[in-house]
Design a protein around this ligand. Structure first.
Ligand code: HAM
Length: 449
């Protein structure tokens, strides 16, 4: 039986790959304009980074990490020896912890300097139950900003996220931006205690997991998908009533900046996000038309204690990540008028064996050239058949490959040393001499043998 790809993964190719490239190009434009620079961190990190960074009681750390012991430790395990958790490696479930680790390790965060602004794009791994919009390997694009507690940066991050959606072709009128604050280490403990009491008061309606987490991390109950838990949490205390002056003022500023920029949002005091590192601002964008249960196309927030939590300096940070696959679903559901895929390059169409040999030479001579995207009919031929197919069949292939021009080479053309050039957009024919091809078409034509 042929081996299949792992469940919850996809092969990114063809149109989907073109969309991934487009998404990254839109991100480069959007984030570059705000001084964010691209980074690539390892796709795996020490397990401890995620446990300490994301939080032990989160679903991501508890249930969804792909972890493995590194090399020699497997022998130790077999021998019943103790293995330090540091020896474990985990495929990154998200990008934030790795980026913050990199900024600390490389000493990029400097007192009195502008914040470190970084963006990233790549695969992430979570062992979740696969369904539409939920994969085990998916792609995120995100930004992280380290070293400033300025509320303007929170608002700017949200605006950059929405602007990325727009550039990519998502109809943002079908999106809702959910906004909340989670307070800080000064005001959150009192709020957490109130939520813990609320959960215990509603114990009969809460699921086992919520009850287990109630004392350690009661806010996770806001994320529970069980209907009875959701109903019980509906009238739980609201964070806004517990914020300290600093957090209140910060949240007011973020809202004022968003208002000034004309950015719509909905205050959602139930939004806690699934990762434990958040402080103050949190946000999430849902696409509300046809994505089903997995409709969060991006989210993020501030994490002023994360750097210190993983052993670095006590510097504030914030960021967000958007999920490529869900954004693509949202784009397809947006029905925005899309520009037709741009045609480019030339497709050489020989009409006999002699022209075919010459066409192949042109194909080889121009390979690897950045100016000339060039293709010919490369379909394998039956042994006994000629590998020169009809004009019609080759034109069909040229159209399918999205070439802009077909260079037709028949007996007459070979004698006169010209191409008959068919514009595949306008269907107009013209002739270009071999000698002019480099100037007019950007392709080199070798001398005729
Ligand atoms: P997150 O909300 O866990 O946040 O993920 C961000 C986005 O990744 C989600 O909104 C969703 O679009 C996509 N995503 C997550 N899990 C899956 C999955 N299993 N399949 C497909 N798409 C998925 C974070 O990861 C934070 N690191 C964001 C952040 C950056 N916060 C601050 N800085």
């Amino acid at each position: 039986m042929a081996i299949k790809r792992p469940e919850g993964t996809f092969d990114l190719f063809g149109d989907d790959m073109a969309q991934w490239e487009l998404f990254q190009a839109c991100a480069k434009d959007t984030f570059g304009s705000a001084s964010y620079e691209l980074i690539q961190t390892p796709t795996f990190e020490k397990t401890e980074l995620f446990v300490r960074g994301i939080g032990e009681t989160t679903d991501v750390v508890n249930k969804e990490m792909y972890s493995a012991l590194s090399g020699g430790n497997i022998e130790k395990l077999k021998a019943g020896e103790h293995i330090p958790s540091k020896a474990q490696m985990t495929l990154r479930p998200e990008g934030t912890a790795g980026v913050v680790r990199a900024a600390i390790e490389n000493g990029w965060i400097e007192q009195g300097s502008q914040p470190v602004r970084i963006w990233y794009a790549g695969p992430m791994y979570r062992a979740e139950r696969p369904q539409k919009g939920r994969q085990r390997q998916f792609h995120q694009i995100g930004i992280e900003c380290l070293g400033s507690n300025d509320a303007a940066l929170d608002a700017q991050a949200i605006i950059l996220m929405i602007s990325l959606y727009e550039k990519f072709g998502i109809d943002v009128s079908k999106c809702t931006l959910h906004l909340n604050t989670l307070g800080c280490e000064k005001c959150r403990p009192a709020y957490r205690e109130k939520v813990r009491e609320h959960i215990h008061d509603h114990a009969e309606c809460m699921c086992e997991t919520c009850m287990e987490r109630a004392d350690k991390n009661p806010l996770r109950a806001f994320d529970c998908k069980e209907e009875s838990c959701k109903a019980a949490m509906d009238d739980a205390p609201s964070i806004e009533d517990y914020l300290c002056e600093d957090c209140k003022a910060h949240f007011e500023k973020v809202k004022a900046y968003l208002d000034a920029a004309g950015c719509n949002y909905t205050i959602d005091n139930r939004l806690v996000r699934g990762l434990d590192y958040y402080t103050k601002t949190v946000f999430e964008c849902t696409f509300d038309d046809g994505l089903g249960a997995q409709n969060a196309i991006g989210g993020g927030g501030r994490y002023d204690k994360l750097a210190a939590e993983i052993g670095g300096p006590d510097v504030p940070g914030l960021g967000f990540a958007v999920g490529f696959e869900r954004c693509l679903l949202a784009k397809n559901a947006s029905n925005m008028a899309e520009a037709e895929a741009t045609r480019e390059g030339v497709f050489i169409i020989p009409l006999d064996e002699n022209a075919r040999a010459f066409a192949e030479k042109i194909f080889i001579v121009n390979s690897g050239s950045v100016d000339a995207k060039i293709d010919i009919d490369l379909r394998s031929a039956e042994a006994e058949q000629s590998n020169v197919r009809s004009l019609k069949s080759q034109l069909k292939l040229a159209n399918k490959s999205n070439s802009k021009l077909a260079l037709i080479l028949g007996e007459t053309e070979m004698q006169e040393q010209v191409f008959t050039v068919r514009n595949l957009e306008t269907h107009e024919d013209s002739q270009i001499a071999f000698a002019d091809a480099e100037d007019k078409l950007g392709i080199k034509v070798p001398p005729l043998a």
